[in-house]
Design a binder for this molecule. Structure first.
Ligand SMILES: *Cc1c(COP(=O)(O)O)cnc(C)c1O
Length: 391
């Protein structure tokens, strides 16, 4: 079956649900068994049957089956948030004395987990240049157990050579984990490029409507058991209503992404022409440094990208952003609505430097009419220039 058909059919079974199209929401803690034999047998669980609410209900399993089918995984495991998915994936393969290689452009809370809890547990982290490619082999030690990547980079959007990184990790016996949230399960197929474990903040495009928190860890046959056991050990199960919302979001992911991409490209091209803009960070643009790798490995671009402005004061930037009518300011992204926030990559990095002339912004292109979005930004640039001239 082709991808769009998979998205519509996966995880559904109307015949077993009184003809109802969508899998029902099972609210459950206790699962009861009719006999001692059944009770004891359930205890020998494979983590994919109802046993106790924390380990999943038919609603959870329907979502997991659908995401696994969409992303091309052996199996997927749903957890309470994207951050929980990242921590679950890392803890599944790291123990005291091990070494982690983590990309310097990773999502901030991933870095915080490595520097905080993993360091406290005696797991050392080395940050690597997102452009390292096959050169990652030089950083791998005998005790390196995980290479964690995210492409394109959070805030800075460098495209990594995932096949080269994954091949070097595999040769050294390390597991490659990738945060694949930007591309969603549809626009990058991690398991076709050598990745062993893929992490999705389902909160973003899978849910797609800014109304639920959810994480998904997808795995190969070889890595799945470790992931599932770790998720069960940690006990951070997602709520049934959030699983339902994620499953509903997944059905329309393909059509939404087409429009997110179209709108992002329109905005990115318009921004490139503006005198206030130094650089647009979006691999779908032909002159982006990551364009060649993006074209080789990705099937599309999502609606999230970066913009580096020329030198402007903080007040001027605030005047631009505070007055925007269609772009909300807030963390997270991947919903139907447009967002914008200032980012500060220069203050985060340790393995590489981020030196740019002015402030960096992150834009999420929502599903509004792009003409209205452009008009809103244009008025914002007017306020930016007026305030800057005043100071
Ligand atoms: C938002 C995000 C996460 C974390 O997801 P939450 O559901 O907010 O915990 C992880 N990775 C990336 C790239 C994200 O943008």
């Amino acid at each position: 079956m082709k991808q769009d058909t998979v998205l519509v059919t996966a995880g559904r079974d109307p015949e077993r649900n009184h003809g109802v199209v969508n899998p029902p929401v099972y609210h459950a803690s206790t699962i009861v068994f009719p006999t001692v034999a059944a009770l004891e047998n359930a205890g020998k669980r494979d983590f994919h049957k109802t046993y106790y609410g924390r380990n999943g209900t038919p609603t959870t399993f329907a979502l997991e089956d659908a995401v696994a089918a969409a992303e091309g995984a052996y199996r997927s495991t749903a957890v309470a948030s994207g951050k929980a998915a990242i921590c679950t994936a890392l803890l599944a393969f790291l123990k005291p004395g091990d070494h982690l290689l983590l990309v310097d452009s990773c999502y901030g809370p991933t870095r915080a987990f490595a520097k905080g809890m993993l360091a406290n547990f005696g797991i050392e982290t080395t940050f690597f240049d997102p452009m390292i490619g096959a050169g990652i082999a030089d950083l791998i030690r005998p005790e390196t157990k995980v290479v964690f990547t995210e492409s394109p980079g959070s805030q800075t959007f460098e495209v990594q050579d995932i096949p080269a990184i994954a091949a070097a990790a595999k040769a050294a016996g390390a597991v490659t984990i990738m945060d694949n949230t930007w591309a969603s399960p549809l626009y990058f197929k991690p398991f076709d490029h050598g990745v062993d474990v893929s992490v999705q903040a389902g909160t973003k495009y899978v849910v797609g409507h800014s109304d639920a928190m959810l994480g998904i860890v997808s795995a190969t046959e070889a890595t799945h058991d470790a992931i599932r056991r770790t998720a069960v050990e940690l006990g951070g199960c997602p709520g049934p209503d959030d699983c339902y919302l994620a499953l509903r979001g997944l059905r329309t992911l393909s059509v939404r992404l087409v429009r997110h991409q179209e709108n992002a490209l329109r905005l990115a091209r318009w921004l490139q022409q503006r005198p206030e803009v130094s650089e647009v960070l979006y691999p779908a643009l032909p002159d982006d440094p990551g364009h060649t790798l993006w074209k080789r490995d990705f099937l599309g671009a999502s609606g999230l990208f970066g913009v580096v402005l020329n030198k402007y004061s903080k007040d001027a930037l605030a005047a631009m952003l505070d007055g925007l009518e269609l772009f909300g300011m807030g963390y997270s992204w991947g919903g139907y609505e447009s967002l914008i926030i200032p980012t500060h990559p220069e203050s985060i990095r340790t393995a590489t430097r981020w030196e740019k002339p002015g402030p960096t912004l992150r834009i999420h292109a929502g599903l509004e009419d792009p003409d209205d979005l452009i008009a809103d930004l244009e008025r914002g640039f007017g306020r930016l220039a007026a305030t800057d001239a005043d100071t």
